[in-house]
Write a protein that binds this ligand. Structure first.
Ligand code: UDP
Ligand code: MG
Length: 309
């Protein structure tokens, strides 16, 4: 089978890793049965020598495609740019810091050839701090509880996607991109390759807490309307408990002649009306949710296979 492979690599301050990465990539890529590949480097506004090194590598290797952002736009934007320029039949996205071992590419390709449209590299260990492990665990538990799609655990952005999945990603026009969610959302047949994730070779992580928080929030808002529905819970709860309170004081006042000063009646009524406001807030949220989905402009359906069409 003739095929072309694209390797998509976002780069943010990876000067110490680039040559090492290139040296490890080439033997793997040339060992593939068909020597047709491209490496797409996207320099996401690095402050170091990364772009200079990319220029040097690209000068003698025509299989390198590279572009450089005017400033730092973030990992997901860089990966999107790499996807936008990928022309392969299968596209592999990976980190530049050698945390995603190039040797795994062979297994990813094998599983793709076996008929999978998406092959995720799954970490069986995490070298991260306890805090990061715990927050990641809690986050994915919550995310999977409030979304209808299943976003796999212990999976980052090291994966292979078929060009048909890439086509779907091109059709999703949302601005805040959570690519691992979008890939899971696309459906298709998928499989995993397990690996032990090493520490980054050189440098420090480009993912600050604020960038991670932003990514997490994009995942939540991009794939769940749950946050918009929280008001409904409060609304129903307040109206129900308010009605109970109102029935109780009415009963007490009418049957036992208990005196309730006016402010007590008003407080209960106010409470019920606050609940009503919450319900209206939820209603507005439902409309905003629909506007949000419209703005994301994802395809209504994705065709996996066709017969006689
Ligand atoms: N990266 C990027 N822009 C950023 C942050 C990171 O393009 O703003 C790149 C980075 O160079 C690396 C990949 O995204 O190739 C993953 O980032 P990193 O290794 O820092 O994240 P971690 O593995 O620590 O989660
Ligand atoms: Mg990394």
């Amino acid at each position: 089978m003739e095929y072309k492979l694209s390797i998509a690599i976002p780069i943010f301050n990876e000067a110490g890793n680039l040559e090492l990465l290139y040296k490890r990539l080439i033997p793997i890529l040339t060992s593939l049965p068909v020597h047709n590949y491209e490496i797409i480097f996207v320099n996401d506004g690095s402050h170091d020598e990364s772009w200079y090194i990319i220029e040097k590598l690209a000068a003698f290797d025509p299989s390198i495609k590279a572009l450089s952002f005017s400033r730092n736009f973030g990992h997901q934007a860089a990966l999107t740019a790499a996807y936008d320029h990928a022309t392969g039949d299968a596209i592999i996205s990976m980190d530049a810091d050698l945390q995603d071992p190039p040797e795994l590419i062979l297994t990813l390709v094998e599983k793709w050839k076996a008929g999978n449209h998406i092959v995720y590299a799954r970490r069986i260990n995490r070298q991260d701090s306890l805090v990061k492990k715990l927050t990641a665990f809690g986050y994915y538990l919550f995310l999977n509880a409030v979304t209808t799609i299943k976003i796999p655990r212990n999976v980052g952005d090291f994966r292979l996607i078929d060009k048909s999945v890439l086509h779907v990603l091109h059709q999703c026009k949302e601005k805040s991109r959570y690519l691992r969610g979008m890939v899971a959302w696309a459906g298709f047949k998928y499989d995993f390759v397990d690996f032990k994730r090493p520490n980054r070779a050189q440098g420090i992580t480009g993912y600050t807490w604020s960038k991670m928080l932003r990514l997490g929030f994009d995942g939540l808002t991009g794939f769940s309307l749950f946050p918009l529905k929280i008001a409904a819970f409060f609304g129903f709860f307040m109206i129900l408990t308010g009605a109970l309170m109102f029935s109780y004081v009415s009963y007490d006042a009418l049957l036992h002649d208990t005196y309730y000063p006016l402010f007590k009646w008003l407080v209960i009524l106010l409470y019920i009306f606050m609940g009503l406001q919450m319900l209206l807030l939820w209603l507005i949220g439902e409309y905003i949710g629909r506007i949000h989905e419209q703005q994301q402009n994802r395809p209504l359906y994705i065709v996996g296979q066709k017969i006689n069409i």
